[in-house]
Every structure is written in C-alpha cells, then in structure tokens.
Design a protein around this ligand. Structure first.
Ligand code: HEC
Ligand code: HEC
Length: 381
C-alpha cells in the first residue's frame, strides 16, 4: 500500500518538475523581445476587451471557474477526513501484520520456540538431560513445554515478557531477553508476543478441547440432570480394563491438577502439577503438590494460607502479581502463578503491541466450578 502511495507521489513530483521546466522555458523565450520594441510590445499597450464583453462573458467565466474549484475543495476535504480513521486503522493493522510476520519467523526459525512449544504453540516436549546437584548426568528425559496458544488466557503480556526475558531456571526454558543474558532484542520479544497473540485460540475451541480431555481421563460423576455431583466429583474412568486405565484419577480436582501427565495434553498448560510437583513435567512425579517452582501445597498448608476455600478459589482465578502479598502469609516473588479463571488481557491498552486486538473475557483456562474442584483437592493434600 505504501508503495502505491509513494509511486503516485513520485509521478506527481516528476510531472510538477517537468511542468515547471516547460513554464520557465516558455517564459524565458517570451521575455526576450528585440531591443527598442518595448513600446509596441509592452502588454499594457495591447488593446484589451471592451467593457461590456469584460463585464459579462469574461466575468461569468472566471466566477464559474472559481465556483468549480471551490466545489472540488468542498467535496474532497470532507472525503479526506471521512477516510482518515480508516486509513489510520489500516496503518495500525499493517504494522501489526508486520510484527506478527516477524514474530513467526523468530518463533519458527531464529529462536526455534516451535521445537519445544510445538508449531503454532500447540504444546510439546523437549529431550533434556537431568543432572544431580553435583552436575552429574542422571537421566535423559522428555520435558513438557506448555501450549502457548492459551498463554494469554493465563498471563498478561508483561508477565510473558518477564518469562521471555529471564526464562525458567532449572527447566529447559532458556532466557531470551538481554536482562537475563539472552540473545533477542526487546523489539524481537515484542514481535514474538505479537505472534503469540495472533495464535490464541477462540474460547469455544479451547473449551471444546478441554472438555474432550476431561471426558477421556476422568468422566466426572454427574447427577440425572447432567450437572456435576458435588464440588469435586469422583472420576468414573477407573476401569482397570479400560485402555485409558493409567490415565485415571480419583476426583475431577485431581484430574485437572494433573491434566496432561500421561498423554501430554496441551503440553501440560492446564496442569498445576507442572509447577507444584517436582518431576511432573518429565513423567517422574514425586510427592503430589509437594512443590517445585511453586510452593509446597501439602500438609494443610493451604488451610493455613487461605482462611476459606473461596479466598483460595479467588487467588487461583486471578493468579499472583509480582511483589504483591496474598493469602495470610504469602508474598509473590516474580508473579509467576498464572491466573486460571480470569483473562488478564481484556483491556485493549494493556501492553499489547500494537494495541489492536483485545482478548475476550470468556478466554479463560478454567470455569469457576472446575477451579472449585481443584481447590477442594488441594485443601485435602
Ligand atoms: C529448549 C526448549 C524451549 C525453547 C527453545 C523455548 N521454550 Fe519456552 N518453555 C520451555 C519449557 C520446558 C517451559 C516450561 C518450564 C517449566 O516446566 O516451568 C517453557 C515455558 C515457557 C513459557 C511459560 C508458559 C507457562 O504457561 O508457564 C513461555 C511464555 C514460553 N516458554 C515462551 C517461549 C518462547 C516465546 C520461546 C521462543 C522465543 C520459547 N519459549 C523457547 C521450553 C522451551
Ligand atoms: C507456571 C507455574 C505455576 C503453575 C502452572 C501453577 N502455579 Fe500455583 N504458584 C506458582 C508460584 C510461583 C506460586 C507462588 C506465588 C508467586 O511467587 O507468585 C504459586 C502459588 C500458589 C498457591 C499459594 C500457595 C501458598 O501456600 O502460598 C496456590 C494455592 C496455587 N499456586 C495453586 C495453583 C493451582 C490450583 C494451579 C493450577 C490450576 C497452579 N497453582 C498452577 C506457580 C504455578
């Protein structure tokens, strides 16, 4: 688009230049009468139009011409202003498309995010060597990398920027930004975030995938009217002969807490255990909820941290804010606990680069009932 505009600009500039040249040339020729002929050739010596001709035809024609020019200006000025908002919006979209295209290139080629997080951020896993405290090789594992096509459901763009800047220590996720000693510039990070935003799933699609997975691994007990039985219903996929036997859990809360453990659903993006259970991400889960990146949730610690289940549901829904207090004695470090029930990017101006597309409030990881089931499970750990 900008090319067409600059082409038109060039053509006009060249035409004006040529026209001015011709005008100068003609003028220079006219302005060289023979010496001594000023009297005969002086323009004011030429007889001009008669009064009646001057005051009718000539005057009318000049006035009409003026009116025509005025009409042209009168029509084009409002037209220009009418078109202006669309033009500006187009420019922003154009800029966004440029960012997204650059981000895709970084995601697929420069930084190879896709090798771990999957093409279009569907989630994946990466071969990694596990070392002991002395740095000796222990085993080769596949470490789950969470889906990024829902990452803006649970983190604000600023939080994503923080994770990109510093990576996740003790996991295969490296630091990418200069503050963490990584190779990408701030501009490149913004481009990657623009690309990530462009691949966020519509709420209906994410919900459908999640519902299908829950049916597969849990099939929660329901009442006759189809509603869930109790706040943390039993899972009914406990049949030892079922092909999904090993994917079964006792309750809906436990199933959601561990979603993706056996089959890598969404790279573990929906699970809590990838941060709260050591070894979970590479198929060697230790004490459930015993703590890893996130704190230990066992031995009644959550009953002490949150006076009521509702307060805990609220916290899990919103996630943590860097440096902010929570619960009764919680202090968030880097704010890395994601929000599972409220989308943090619904404000169009909240750090989106450029801010053309806000997210929908229905784009959340879990529904309130599902968070309640998880919290009930956690409070029993
Ligand atoms: C070598 C593999 C690898 C590469 C390359 C990689 N990541 Fe990661 N990334 C991971 C793993 C593994 C995690 C989860 C770490 C954990 O267990 O907490 C992660 C976590 C993340 C998270 C946090 C998501 C969440 O919900 O916790 C974001 C955002 C992210 N990566 C973005 C990126 C982007 C963007 C790139 C490319 C610039 C990238 N990653 C490249 C492996 C990788
Ligand atoms: C990406 C890592 C990550 C994931 C995934 C995660 N958490 Fe957390 N969680 C944290 C961190 C880190 C904290 C500590 C607060 C902070 O530093 O922001 C925390 C804190 C908590 C706390 C408060 C614990 C206390 O005693 O102070 C609860 C409760 C909690 N998480 C529940 C959950 C639930 C439920 C899920 C899944 C729906 C979940 N978390 C998924 C990282 C995570």
């Amino acid at each position: 688009m900008s090319n067409t505009f600059s082409n038109i600009g060039w053509i006009i500039a060249i035409l004006v230049f040529i026209g001015a040249g011709i005008a100068l040339f003609i003028n220079a020729r006219r302005a060289r009468p023979e010496i001594g002929s000023e009297i005969e050739l002086a323009p004011n010596r030429k007889p001009f139009l008669q009064d009646d001709e001057l005051e009718t035809t000539k005057l009318d024609r000049t006035l009409l011409l003026g009116l025509a020019f005025l009409a042209v200006i009168g029509v084009t000025l409002p037209l220009y202003w009418l078109y202006e908002p669309a033009r500006q919006e187009g420019a922003v979209q154009q800029m966004d498309a440029t960012f997204v295209a650059r981000g895709l290139k970084i995601y697929d080629e420069t930084a190879k995010c896709a090798e771990c997080h999957g093409p279009k951020g569907v989630g994946g896993a990466k071969e990694t060597a596990i070392l002991n405290d002395n740095g000796d090789f222990v085993s080769q594992v596949k470490w789950q990398a969470p889906a990024l096509n829902t990452v803006l459901y649970r983190y604000s763009t600023d939080e994503v920027k923080f994770i990109l800047n510093y990576g996740r220590g003790n996991t295969p996720m490296p630091a990418w930004g200069a503050p963490g000693g990584g190779p990408l510039t701030e501009q490149q990070l913004d481009s990657v975030i623009a690309y990530i935003r462009s691949i966020q799933l519509p709420a209906s699609e994410a919900r459908a995938e999640l519902d299908k997975e829950i049916e597969l691994v849990c099939k929660p007990e329901r009442q006759d009217d189809g509603s869930l039985k109790g706040v943390n219903p039993k899972c009914t996929v406990n049949d030892p002969t079922s092909p999904n036997k090993q994917k079964s859990w006792n309750t809906l809360g436990e199933a959601l807490f561990n979603l993706g453990y056996y089959d890598g659903f969404s790279g573990g993006a929906f699970s809590c255990a990838r941060c709260h259970t050591k070894g979970w991400s590479y198929g060697q889960a230790e004490n459930p909820g015993g703590g890893f990146l996130g704190p230990n949730l066992t031995n009644g610690s959550e009953l002490r941290q949150f006076e009521t289940a509702d307060a805990q549901v609220n916290y899990v829904s919103l996630g943590s804010i860097a440096g902010a207090k929570y619960g009764r004695g919680g202090l968030s470090g880097a704010g890395q606990m994601p929000g599972f029930g409220k989308n943090p990017n619904t404000d169009p101006k909240a750090g989106l680069v450029p801010p053309v597309q806000k997210m929908d409030a229905t784009q959340t990881m879990y529904l309130e009932d599902q968070i309640k089931a998880i919290v009930t499970y956690e409070r029993g750990l």
